[in-house]
Design a protein around this ligand. Structure first.
Ligand code: R5P
Length: 307
């Protein structure tokens, strides 16, 4: 069966990197935007092919989601034998429960939609590993933790790995194990989508440099609150590493004002433009490895389950 790689419009650079790693050309496709905001999507000849659609669902979230669903539909109607979504960032993953009676669960709605449209999903560092259970189709949950840890290793001396909230503790421990460092965590309270507060720090940080790790940076509120609390507790240099750089306003201004030693994110989402210095760690080789194995029906055991 032929491997057919199709790039959505969400992150063409990542798809090109993946194509280079796999030694294949990207398939032709058309994504048209109509004046009313609707999309028109078409793919080239993929009859009988093993199709991989590269489309993270970061901002603009709904455009990217609908485009992914329509690409999957187009591939099926064109006779694809199997359709896999390479969706390194899965939108709504943070919305995995109801905050109050009457609310929808966005994570479940997205998982249901993707599961119906795709045969399989390849994702990277979902907000919680338990989200896998929301999907009715198989999901290969990869991690960028090793990639980020190895990139940051040369910058580290007397450092402690810090989770900016309780949800990131396991991630921080994983980084700490790989890097042979201690770990600590910040107790965070979120007051609104754009406002959080650090209530305290669990663990020893005084006099150390910090590697602050998270699954994503959205508005930057979490990183700012954690960094300020850590500095007040006697921390010197702060490096931040996160898998998904959503970096929605006012993240760039907030993070620039922090004067971090280094800020690393992967290229799961289209790299931010502007003046904020960001080190991009590419997922292309990791995703290509996963796609290659799936295409050959080879095990992914070494690539998954390291969260
Ligand atoms: C929350 O639990 C996540 O892991 C991130 O810490 C959070 O979503 C980042 O958002 P922001 O940058 O807006 O604080």
């Amino acid at each position: 069966m032929r491997l057919a790689l199709i790039a959505g419009t969400a992150n063409p650079q990542l798809a090109e990197g993946l194509a280079r790693q796999l030694g294949v050309a990207l398939e032709s496709r058309v994504v048209e935007r109509f004046p009313d905001g609707e999309l028109g999507v078409a793919v080239g000849s993929v009859r009988g092919a093993d199709v991989y659609l590269v489309q993270p669902t970061g901002p603009p979230v709904h455009d990217n989601l609908v485009e992914l669903l329509m690409l999957a539909d187009a591939a099926r109607r064109a006779g694809a034998a199997r359709v896999t979504g390479v969706v390194p960032y899965v939108a709504y993953a943070r919305h995995d429960r109801r905050g109050a009676e009457g609310e929808s669960i966005g994570g479940r709605v997205v998982a249901d939609g993707l599961s119906r449209a795709l045969d399989r999903v390849v994702a990277v560092d979902l907000h919680t590993a338990a989200l896998e259970g929301f999907f009715g189709c198989p999901i290969e949950h990869l991690s960028a933790i090793s990639l980020l840890a190895e990139r940051v290793r040369p910058l580290l001396t007397e450092h402690v790995v810090v989770a900016p909230d309780l949800g990131a503790v396991k991630r921080a421990e994983r980084f700490a194990r790989i890097l042979g460092l201690p770990s600590a965590s910040v107790r965070k309270q979120r007051w609104s989508a754009r406002q959080v507060e650090a209530l305290g720090i669990d663990g020893d940080v005084r006099g150390l440099g910090v590697l602050l790790v998270d699954d994503m940076i959205s508005t930057g509120a979490t990183v700012v609150a954690a960094t300020n609390a850590l500095r007040a507790a006697g921390v010197g240099r702060v490096i931040v590493a996160a898998t998904h750089g959503l970096l929605v306003p006012p993240a760039a201004e907030r993070l620039a004002a922090l004067q971090l030693e280094s800020l690393l994110v992967t290229d799961s989402l289209t790299p931010p433009t502007g003046t904020l210095p960001v080190t991009l760690v590419s997922l292309a080789a990791l995703l290509a490895d996963a796609v290659g194995r799936l295409h050959r029906d080879a095990p992914l055991a070494e690539l998954v389950g390291t969260h």
